[in-house]
Design a protein around this ligand. Structure first.
Ligand code: AMP
Length: 220
């Protein structure tokens, strides 16, 4: 089962894909997390990606193609993948189709998550992450027990540099221009199932909708 979570930054792709991954026991391929790890480790790839990630621009397609080819050739990716943050351009979407078809596989389901730009800017300005374990907090809706400290490992939480409002605005512009058009590309396909979820309301409603669709398709 190959599933894509599509949607603007801060629409909940990370949260929803984690829920789906646990229920289906399928690994997540989250390109943003992979790029941040490369930057953190100061690898050649990280050095070339850093300026795009911190400014909210997309890392060039040819760099992303290399990452995706390497990752999808791994043994643990052979029986299914949940994609979080990939593809983000039409060229990436077409390349993914090609790689999967060479593996005798295809995208089975696309889940589009959507929220208004204002909701996203507000949500991301309150998002904090644990730099050690990656756990995500929201200062108002999902705060840590002790101010600014991770409940799990006591590490001081950080705000992602690209979650600052001016960078979020840039990321939203990039999303509307370069990523949103691929939704039509996937919707036009007849051999996969597409559905969307509004993530602006209470998290339980969106999550239940997703679980209902998964049950209807007998994938959980
Ligand atoms: P995310 O964690 O998914 O919000 O991604 C953070 C940043 O990583 C993005 O703003 C881009 O700079 C970069 N990035 C992640 N995935 C991709 C992709 N598929 N194509 C290009 N850039 C990406």
């Amino acid at each position: 089962m190959y599933i894509l979570f599509l949607g603007p930054p801060g629409s909940g792709k990370g949260t929803y894909s984690r829920v789906a991954s646990e229920l289906m026991d399928i690994p997540i391929l989250a390109t943003g997390d992979m790029l941040r790890a490369e930057i953190e480790q100061n690898t050649e790839l990280g050095k070339s990606a850093a300026k795009y990630v911190t400014s909210g621009e997309l890392v060039p397609d040819d760099v992303m193609f290399g990452i995706i080819r390497n990752t999808l050739s791994r043994e643990d990716m052979k029986n299914g993948v949940i994609f979080d943050g990939f593809p983000r351009t039409l060229a990436q979407a077409k390349m993914l189709d090609e790689i999967l078809s060479n593996m005798n596989a295809k995208i089975d389901m696309v889940v589009e998550l959507y929220s208004s730009d204002d909701e996203i800017i507000a949500r991301l300005s309150n998002r904090r992450v644990c730099p050690k374990c990656g756990r995500i907090y929201h200062l108002i809706n999902m705060p840590p027990k002790v101010d600014e400290i991770c409940d799990d490992d006591g590490t001081k939480l950080i705000q992602r540099k690209d979650d600052k409002p001016e960078t979020v605005r840039r990321r939203l512009k990039v999303y509307h221009k370069q990523t949103a058009p691929i939704i039509e590309y996937f919707k036009a396909k007849k051999d996969m199932f597409y559905f969307n979820i509004s993530t602006g309301g209470p998290p339980k409603i969106g999550r239940n909708k997703m679980l209902k669709v998964f049950r209807e398709h007998k994938i959980i």
